[in-house]
Write a protein that binds this ligand. Sequence first.
Ligand code: GUN
Ligand code: ZN
Length: 437
Amino acid sequence: MTVKAFRSAILDFIADPFFVSESESVRYLPDGLLVVDNGRIKELGAYEQLKEKYAGVVIVTYPNHLILPGFIDLHVHFPQTEMMAAYGEQLLEWLEKFTFPVERKFQDKAYCDRIAPIFIDQLLRNGTTTALVLAAVFPESVEALFEESERRNMRLIAGKVMMDRNAPEFLRDTAESSYHESKALIEKWHKKGRSLYAVTPRFAPTSTPEQLMYAGKLLEEFPDTYLHTHLSENVNEVAWVQELFPDSKGYVDAYDRFGLVGERSIFAHCVQLTEAEFDRLAEAKSTIAFCPTSNTFLGSGLFDLERATSAQIKVGLATDVGGGTSFSMFQTASEAYKITQLRQQKLSPFQAMYLATLGGAKALHLEDKLGNFEVGKEADFIVVDPRSTPIMALRNQAETPITLEALSDRLFTLIIMGDDRSIQATYLLGELAYDKQ
Ligand code: GUN
Ligand code: ZN
């Protein structure tokens, strides 16, 4: 029998809480039953109403826990798994001094094979069930990553970094080789099982115009892949892009003229965008990956979330490990909250959790498959423990929340105080993929 059911408090989103009220966007069952059939959502409802219908089904019960859709990390670097907490530099110097030497190790397939399970384990123990991932410049690093995510039955989107200038020789491809290698990886991995491919020029400074032209050519040839890169993160970077692309009207335009700014483009950071550039991203229906722990750690700046969401630009949350300082989407949401505070803006607990789930799915055009518990979607979900540390147990003494107000408070404690310790279990397609025990 392939039907399974999970009983707990259950929360997901059915609309965007940046635009509609909480009561219209939040779906919450204080005592719910999530029924899964063959890896897909079969039904979601109140336990009392469904218990007879599923009387013959084994029910896994998580008392005093909360079930949520799996988190979606919209921008993270596989080869930087081992280099969090590199001291003292901002973006361009940090790349030269710490990042490039580490990424060199990924020319060795055996090394990629060693780190890939560690990387995927980190995602799963933090409740992240889907991620948009940059591999290294070496195709081997993409192979290792997809081999491992496939082994776990995990939906993963990744790509080979393209960089043919302004990087050490040992990390450079050429415009042509990056095209051919990316193309071969797309043909092998894109839509194979749960794997999807993102064309991944690292950022404008490390690509020649010719290489960006080839990235655009790949998107034309494979229009259902993604474009994934960095954009407007650091003031020195922005100035450098203007020097390197003197004919462009700015950073966004440096990508735009090669056909890289579209509906399936995901741009990490966007901290230093001009007004016109925000407008252009809105017009192109592109997505921004908000990387708060990285933006503060690297001293890049305070992302203007309100500017982006009010222009209806799709936004997702991202760890950006190893510029980011945690694989936890709770910690990432916590830092996002602090950035909005510093900007006199608001990010409600429901809005933050929306960005980490359904918002991320929409950003990836995967809302027909992921992001909430609509019937037929892929059953990727997590079980969260709001009393996972002594101080959280004290803070969350009260019984399971019944009202949205009480639930909002509990979610906020998870965001501010929670991390991987708060993830009790992670399920992929209805199967246990991580259990804290
Ligand atoms: N811009 C280009 N490469 C990188 C990277 O590896 N990390 C971050 N945070 N920004 C980048
Ligand atoms: Zn990054």
